[in-house]
Write a protein that binds this ligand. Structure first.
Ligand code: ADP
Length: 501
């Protein structure tokens, strides 16, 4: 069995550091590759060796397969960890790594290929008893036929790009009159973003929760799941708050979803760490969405509640070791929440707000984990994803984890750029989040920029009452304003002001 002695991390920022830390704990040497924009990054200094592989645009550096493989050959690297994003779900890259005699710390190129296409993934999974969102099983080639199917499913429907990712290439169609126009847009968006214009139809679940299951498989067909992550708090179909376990499912649903996730992984002979995503409707029916064949941004919440270091297991699996954990060994301990701290301005449509981190002081203390890749004084480069850090809190139960998160957000000091921290604080304090009655429409339904602040609950309620009065052209009544009313009025208000949002 090959023993990995040196790993090159083909990534940057927080995930590169996170992977290198585990490698170091395992006595494995690390190599960083970096672009000219990342010369002073912590991941570059942390690595045992570091090589600049090109200019700032990722196509000239982090996506340059030839250069990455050349560094591996020159520095006697045994294995490559791709992290997430960049080359992590590129089957061609995984193949090239193998052909160069190196170990790819991830699944086989074949598994990546199948799960990289939402349609191929559904087809593979259909060999097992896995619930799917009603829709077209193949790419749409005949529009009239597609319209007939859309009518039989019932509007609204969603047009999705088979090669889609990151929430791109999705279009909601409210009624048949909109069908052709939205179809044209979806196809051209998919073609532009992914070089593949294949689209299909799914029923649009109007009040969905996004719940996903972490799986781990070895190269001998053993597959386990490490429970769920709840990722329904999203903006632009992208996650901002994640937690484990989910407040919305029962032990029975957890078990059934876990079984389905393991079967989806089995359907493509999966090994390594992967995530099977599901969407769940108001009646707690869940459906398979897609599988991500890599380490997920939000993996820390699973690590916190299971005590499993997912990167360590990925490395051992890549070496060819059999799984060390049996399903029965796993238990959920406590509750973990992650927020993504983005350099984005929540008061201005979450637009990226790059600049220099003039102040950067991290929170600390019991139950607080910060995975980041920046330091005070550094610039947030415009070339990459604007995520500054992931802030994770862990407590004995959900309420404790939420309280710790609010405390940690208040301790986090960042100046020089706007961040999603105030938005995440708003989420932590919102009744719908606290009581679990939220879905992926949370942001659209409950959030508007004027509710953003470090104000106390009373002040927020007062502000909301004022908005309510302005909306209804009345003075606030003396009775306390209920959160439901606040939200309803707030979202009406938002609809007026941000009709174009
Ligand atoms: P991507 O690969 O672009 O991330 P996904 O299929 O994972 O696309 O979906 C991303 C998000 O879009 C989901 O988390 C959910 O919020 C929303 N979504 C996807 N499919 C549906 C659907 N059929 N109905 C309602 N919302 C959906």
């Amino acid at each position: 069995m090959p023993q990995i002695r040196k790993i090159l991390v083909a990534n940057r920022g927080e995930i590169a550091l996170r992977i290198m830390r585990t490698a170091r704990e395992m006595g494995i040497a690390t190599v960083a590759v970096f672009s000219e924009a990342d010369r002073t990054s912590p991941h570059v200094r942390y690595a045992d060796e570091a090589v600049c592989i090109g200019a700032a645009p990722s196509s000239e550096s982090y996506l340059n397969i030839d250069k990455i493989l050349k560094v591996c050959a020159e520095l006697n690297v045994d294995a490559i960890h791709p992290g997430y994003g960049f080359l992590s779900e590129n089957a061609g890259f995984a193949k090239r790594v193998k052909e160069a005699g190196l170990i790819f710390i991830g699944p086989s190129p074949e598994s990546i290929e199948v799960m990289g296409s939402k349609l191929a993934a559904k087809q593979a999974a259909s060999r097992y008893n896995i619930p799917m969102v009603p829709g077209t099983p193949d790419a749409i080639s005949d529009r009239d036929e597609a319209k007939r199917i859309a009518n039989s499913i019932g509007y609204p429907i969603l047009i999705k790009a088979s090669a889609g990712g990151g929430g791109k290439g999705m279009r909601v169609v409210e009624n048949e009159a909109e069908f052709d126009e939205q179809m044209d847009r979806a196809v051209s968006e998919a073609q532009a973003a992914f070089g593949d214009g294949s689209v299909f139809i799914e029923k649009y679940i109007t009040s969905p929760k996004h719940i996903e299951i972490q799986v781990l498989g070895d190269q001998y067909g053993h597959i386990i799941h490490l429970f769920e992550r709840e990722c329904s708090i999203q903006r632009r179909h992208q996650k901002v708050v994640e937690e484990a376990p989910s407040i919305s499912i029962t032990p029975e649903i957890r078990e059934e979803m876990g079984r389905c996730a393991v079967d989806v992984a089995r359907s493509c002979n999966y090994y390594g760490a992967g995530t099977v995503e599901f969407i769940m409707d108001e009646n707690r029916n869940f459906y398979f969405l897609e599988m991500n064949t890599r380490l997920q941004v939000e993996h820390p919440v699973t690590e916190m509640i299971t005590g499993v270091d997912l990167v360590k297991e990925m490395i051992l699996i890549a070496e060819g070791q059999p799984l060390r954990i049996a399903q029965e060994d796993l238990q959920i301990h406590g509750h973990a929440i992650e927020i993504r701290v983005y350099a984005e301005d929540p008061a201005n449509h979450f637009l990226p707000d790059i600049g220099t981190l003039h102040t950067y002081v991290k929170p600390d203390g019991n139950g607080v984990r910060v995975d980041d890749g920046f330091e005070e004084g550094m610039e947030i480069p415009i070339y990459y994803d604007p995520m500054i850090a992931k802030l994770i809190t862990y407590g004995e139960d959900r309420e404790t984890a939420i309280r710790k998160m609010t405390r940690a957000i208040d301790e986090y000091q960042i100046s020089g750029v706007q961040t999603t921290l105030p938005f995440c604080r708003f989420v932590m304090q919102h009744e719908a989040f606290v009581n679990g009655s939220f879905d992926t429409n949370f942001v659209g339904r409950h959030f508007h920029p004027d509710l953003l602040s470090t104000k106390t609950d009373d002040e927020v309620a007062g502000l909301a009452a004022l908005i309510s009065a302005l909306l209804n052209d009345t003075l606030p009544e003396s009775k306390p304003v209920q959160n439901e009313e606040v939200s309803a009025n707030a979202s009406k208000w938002k609809a007026r002001r941000f009709a174009a949002y």
